[in-house]
Ligand binder design. Structure first.
Ligand SMILES: Cc1cc2nc3c(=O)[nH]c(=O)nc-3n(C[C@H](O)[C@H](O)[C@H](O)COP(=O)(O)OP(=O)(O)OC[C@H]3O[C@@H](n4cnc5c(N)ncnc54)[C@H](O)[C@@H]3O)c2cc1C
Length: 467
């Protein structure tokens, strides 16, 4: 811990929150030679990334994998080559739950088609929508900038593509509702395909044909994790930054602009009041925590930011020592809201990364709740255990109790990029220009996944280091 402000010199940067956003930003700032300090209320770094080890299982209490979807992720993986590794080929197989013979009938996990031929044969989509897709390149492009994901997909592809491809995909990423998420914020790449090329199909073909430089080739879209679980990545970042630059278990943090420029953070460490000052401050904490951190702003100042809704998630780690699930060998199975209003999906980490379960065993990561069933987070452990056990039996034929069973609750799991996003972005830009040196980062802007956090951290560090 640094000394108090009467003796410590002004730092270049203070970062509130030592999750992946804070860590990647700090890592790049340190690489650029800037002085900094990170403050977190938790007693560990990593934020929602938290790997556990027990009885030969390696399981996550939060995120399970990232996707190599941006050059910034490739650059980070080059910086830690022995750590990040890509998933086995099984990860390319995605399953979607569907009742064959109509709702209420036997539910089966079916593979999401990976080629035009399998697309024609799959029972996931109606024959009418399969034929209709031939007309997609010729359909007019949308003119409503805040069109929801559901509206866009029904307009271009048809209802069954919404129900059995996009809705479960949105459940898997956002734990959200495609009728409320706004495409240009929630799925900006999909939005750009239509806006720039007039069609998803024409856009995808043009992208595939476009010459790629080395940076573009580094974006392999592969699924990755970290050897020993994602915490080994956040630990490696913590080490590389230097543990002396962190204060953990710091409570009651408040930021105050200093007269004449610069910032002071006041907080409590071990019951003692502390103070640090810096030229720049970066917040990476969820929107509902901002009013207490930024007491110089009024409720109205922050209202467009604090109105951000978060999907709550209940996550269950389910391990079996001597049961394998060959029929479920895939990245996982996603669950359309038409098929189940409580279960979002079941990931199969041990099919993608062999070090996640003892040999011959299985590790599953089960996601429940989300915007489709937000109240589920308040259910008791016993109710959740019963609900999951029933689903595992019915959907995967598992009839023995698991050897490993843990429940994790995330009340503020995934920010929802809904119609309020434009106003939120405007307010962030306004506050950052009104208060020089203040940077509002994290999942409340620029995307919600691991690659988005890595990309944001690198961009923010470049902005500050290059000033
Ligand atoms: C259950 C779950 C599963 C997910 N799965 C995936 C996945 O598989 N793939 C993927 O790409 N993305 C996934 N995500 C999203 C991804 O995990 C996040 O985008 C990313 O890890 C968030 O990092 P962050 O640093 O922005 O936030 P966080 O990890 O939330 O870190 C914020 C930090 O701020 C600290 N903090 C909060 N308030 C204060 C305060 N007042 N004072 C001091 N410190 C404070 C917290 O203790 C925390 O350490 C998942 C998210 C969740 C919740």
């Amino acid at each position: 811990m640094q000394t108090d402000s009467t003796t410590s010199p002004q730092l270049d940067v203070l970062i509130i929150g030592a999750g992946l956003t804070g860590l990647t930003t700090a890592y790049h700032l340190r690489q650029a030679g800037l002085s900094l300090h990170l403050i977190d209320q938790a007693d560990r770094t990593g934020g929602v990334i938290h790997t556990h080890h027990e009885g030969g299982f390696t399981y996550e209490a939060g995120p399970t994998t990232g996707i190599l979807s941006h050059p910034a992720v490739a650059r980070l993986s080059e910086a830690f080559p022995q750590l990040l590794y890509t998933a086995s080929q099984e990860a390319e197989r995605r399953l979607i739950l569907k009742s064959l013979g109509g709702k209420g009938q036997r539910q089966t996990f079916l593979p999401l088609p990976s080629s035009p031929l399998s697309g024609l044969r799959t029972p996931l989509f109606t024959l009418w929508d399969k034929l209709r897709i031939l007309g997609e390149p010729f359909r007019r492009k949308g003119t409503e900038p805040d069109e929801s994901v559901a509206e866009l997909v029904v307009r271009r592809l048809g209802r069954s593509f919404l129900d059995y491809a996009v809705d479960p995909f949105i459940s898997g990423i956002y734990a959200g509702d495609p009728h409320h998420l706004v495409t240009r914020y929630a799925l900006p790449k999909l939005y750009a395909l239509e806006q720039e090329h007039g069609s998803f199909i024409r856009g995808a073909l043009a992208k595939a044909r476009a010459p790629k430089d080395a940076e573009a080739r580094s974006v392999t879209k592969e699924i990755f994790s970290s050897r020993g679980g994602l915490t080994s990545l956040t630990e490696a970042l913590t080490e590389a930054i230097g543990r002396e630059h962190f204060t953990l278990s710091a409570t009651g943090a408040e930021l105050h602009p200093e007269e004449g420029g610069g910032w002071t953070v006041r907080f409590t460490e071990g019951g003692q009041p502390r103070e640090l000052s810096a030229r720049h401050v970066i917040t990476t904490i969820p929107a509902p925590s901002l009013p207490a951190l930024l007491p110089f702003l009024s409720t109205e100042d922050l209202a467009p930011i604090t109105s951000l809704r978060y999907a709550p998630i209940v996550q269950v780690a389910w391990g079996m020592r001597s049961v394998s699930l060959p029929h479920f060998y895939a990245f996982g199975g996603l669950v359309p809201s038409r098929e189940d209003d409580e279960l979002l999906g079941i990931l199969h980490p041990s099919a993608c990364f062999p070090d996640r379960a003892p040999r011959g065993g299985t590790l599953l990561s089960i996601f429940l709740g989300g915007m489709r069933s937000p109240q589920l987070i308040d259910r008791s452990d016993e109710e959740i255990r019963q609900l999951v056990t029933k689903r595992m039996n019915r959907l995967l034929g598992i009839d023995t109790p698991p050897d490993l069973f843990h429940i994790f609750r995330h009340p503020l799991a995934i920010p929802q990029y809904e119609a309020s996003t434009g106003a939120r972005y405007e307010r962030i830009t306004h506050l950052e220009s009104q208060y020089p040196g203040l940077h509002l980062a994290g999942g409340l802007r620029d995307g919600i996944g691991i690659p988005d956090r890595i990309k944001q951290g690198e961009a923010l560090a470049r902005l500050i280091a290059g000033e």
